[in-house]
Design a protein around this ligand. Structure first.
Ligand code: 48F
Length: 263
């Protein structure tokens, strides 16, 4: 055809390119160094930091988009705030911002979120979207992987979806599922951990507390972001995200230390 500009292909090649590429990734990541459950700000930050130093990291996200609450700051307004010293992370990710009052910075949600996602991708983290964390693999009182299913399967009524989940192994799991602390709650269901539920809002206290409490809560399970407030009963903070970014970094530091035990 005259004026043709695209390379020749067929429908079957498009399909097999997708299937082969996805399946080889999935097979490779049946065994990872770290599985991060939840692709919000804390999970993306942790994934980026770990992948950046060569760790094999897989992020499980139940939505078709990544970013969690980082797109929209609060009350459907797409501005994001961070407090010093977290603006250094914005500098690192080349996210522009303005100082609103001394030490309080404001930036655009779409810009900040897309840069963070890109940073995690560029570092080498891999993603399973539309995939819901359902349960844990626990062996000899140590968490050693996740049980997952397609989000659409989970969303359908039980009586029309008898689809078993699959499981993926990893040396460590990071719970970055936000307020739900979904992974930690799976341990609680089995009497292996006690979660306290997050407290009411107190922005000055909460961000330091989240970063300081980020860490391993059960053998093989690290909590980060708002999941930390739920596990430890810490105050919530609302639409300010420095604590999430620095908690993600802290979770990665803890994970790197723990991974040394596997070398
Ligand atoms: O909620 P979310 O953004 O968690 P975060 O990283 O950041 C919290 C802030 O957004 C904000 C705040 C403080 O600034 O109060 O709320 O702690 O992202 C959590 C991600 O986990 C996914 C969810 O879709 C979201 O993208 N998620 C939650 N449960 C599951 C899950 C699950 N069972 N399986 C897979 N993904």
């Amino acid at each position: 055809m005259e004026g043709e500009i695209f390379a020749k292909t067929t429908e079957k090649d498009v399909t097999s390119a997708i299937v082969k590429s996805f399946h080889s990734m999935l097979i490779e990541y049946t065994d990872s160094d770290v599985i991060v459950v939840g692709g919000g700000p804390s999970g993306l930050m942790a994934a980026r930091e770990l992948a950046k130093v060569g760790k094999k990291v897989l992020v499980i996200e139940r939505n078709n988009y990544l970013g969690g609450g980082f797109w929209i700051g609060g009350y459907l307004m797409n501005k994001i705030t961070v407090r010093a010293p977290a603006e250094k992370v914005l500098d690192e990710l080349l996210i522009p911002y303005q100082e609103y009052t001394k030490g309080l910075y404001v930036t655009d949600g779409p810009h900040a979120c897309s840069k963070l996602i890109a940073a995690a991708c560029e570092a080498g983290a891999k993603f399973l979207n539309m995939t819901t964390f359902e349960d844990l693999i626990i062996k000899e009182r140590r968490v050693s992987g996740v049980v997952i299913n397609w989000t659409p399967v989970q969303a359908l009524p039980r009586q029309i979806t008898c689809v078993d989940p699959i499981a993926l192994e990893s040396k460590l799991i990071i719970d970055a599922t936000g307020h739900d602390a979904f992974v930690a709650k799976k341990l609680e269901e089995r009497g292996l951990l006690k979660t306290r539920g997050y407290g009411s809002m107190w922005v000055e206290e909460s961000e330091d507390a989240v970063v300081n409490h980020t860490g391993e809560v059960f053998s093989g399970l690290i909590v980060t972001g708002m999941a930390v407030t739920t596990v430890f009963g810490l105050p919530r903070m609302g639409p300010t995200f420095g604590g999430m970014l620095l908690s993600g970094k802290r979770a990665a530091e803890v994970a790197l230390e723990k991974l040394k035990g596997f070398e």
